[in-house]
Design a protein around this ligand. Structure first.
Ligand SMILES: Nc1ncnc2c1ncn2[C@@H]1O[C@H](COP(=O)(O)OP(=O)(O)OP(=O)(O)O)[C@@H](O)[C@H]1O
Ligand SMILES: [Mg+2]
Length: 291
């Protein structure tokens, strides 16, 4: 074997060991998914592909199964039929070992936050770190937790506070810090701005966009917030009639002429969100005065 070949082999073996980062086109691929509870069918033959690096907004009326869809992707809801691939691995068929490998590569902010009320913010962030890296020194773990807390826009002191001592917006940020604990490639956010005032919601959106861009994240973002859709989502998937009836940019969705989509994006709230977004973009494009 020539030296070149040996070098190639060493490099490719080293690469295999650290072959963590997904470089395929779709980190999430859902096909033919059916979910039901008793005789209530929630999803029927639903398909959806999430592109690497995008923020995908997921919308649909209340009770259409957005949260159930997210729970299926992260393996908390076993579907009746269908396949769900995450980073190319079929999560519905995964062996427990494989599953752990995949689970450490995503972060989740559940609807409502779901922080452990008896743990401080820092301890909450440490939970997944302890789970996946039990051998890590406590000092280093605390340090990572502090870093993620600050990265999520909270003051460092917040790490020692309990969830009951935080405002709604701070709780969301603490939940985000925990979701980012393991440097995920994929982030699931279920209604992250629900219950926040408009300024807090806009700041949270901005943080999500910044983190997604700087960390190269793919984001699966369930939301009712029209401002969020216009401001930070690359594409939007619409859940209705037990399926994803359309996926695309907002102008592309409007071309589908589906009654729910038209009503949703042409209603007065949507028009206001769109106008605000357009004004903000126009302001961005204006040359700075006095430069
Ligand atoms: N564990 C469960 N057992 C039985 N039914 C369930 C369960 N989880 C969800 N459902 C039902 O599935 C349907 C979809 O619920 P889901 O929480 O996904 O809605 P959603 O689209 O997230 O709504 P929202 O916008 O209000 O959060 C609802 O009718 C709900 O009652
Ligand atoms: Mg929900």
């Amino acid at each position: 074997m020539s030296e070149d070949h040996i070098e190639e082999q060493v490099i490719s073996e080293a690469h295999d060991e650290t072959a963590e980062h997904f470089d395929g086109k779709y980190p999430i691929e859902i096909e033919g998914l059916t979910n039901s509870f008793g005789d209530q069918v929630i999803h029927e033959n639903l398909s959806l592909k999430v592109k690497r690096g995008e923020i995908l907004g997921v919308v649909g009326g209340s009770g259409t199964g957005k949260s159930v869809l997210m729970r299926s992707v992260i393996g908390l809801q076993i579907p009746d039929t269908g396949t769900i691939k995450v980073f190319g691995n079929d999560v519905t068929a995964a062996e427990p070992d494989e599953e752990i490998g995949i689970r450490s590569r995503w972060g989740i902010l559940f609807q409502g936050g779901a922080l452990f009320s008896t743990l401080t913010v820092g301890e909450n962030v440490e939970v997944p770190i302890k789970q996946f890296y039990p051998e890590l020194e406590p000092e280093l773990r605390h340090e990572i937790a502090r870093y993620k807390t600050v990265m999520s826009g909270l003051p460092a002191e917040a790490a020692s506070k309990y969830p009951s001592e935080l405002s709604g917006g701070m709780k969301k940020r603490a939940g985000l810090a925990r979701a980012l604990a393991l440097d995920p490639e994929l982030l699931f956010l279920d209604e992250p701005t629900a219950g926040l005032d408009p300024v807090g919601a806009a700041k949270f959106d901005e943080l999500t966009r910044d983190l997604a861009d700087t960390l190269g994240l793919t984001v699966f973002l369930i939301t009712h917030d029209l401002d969020t859709l216009y401001a930070i989502c690359d594409r939007v998937a619409v859940l209705a009639d037990k399926q994803v009836i359309a996926v695309g940019t907002i102008p592309e969705l409007l071309e589908t002429k589906h009654p729910w989509i038209e009503e949703y994006f042409n209603g007065p709230r949507s028009r206001a969100a769109s106008a605000t977004h357009e004004r903000a973009q126009a302001m961005d494009k204006q040359p700075e005065s006095g430069a």
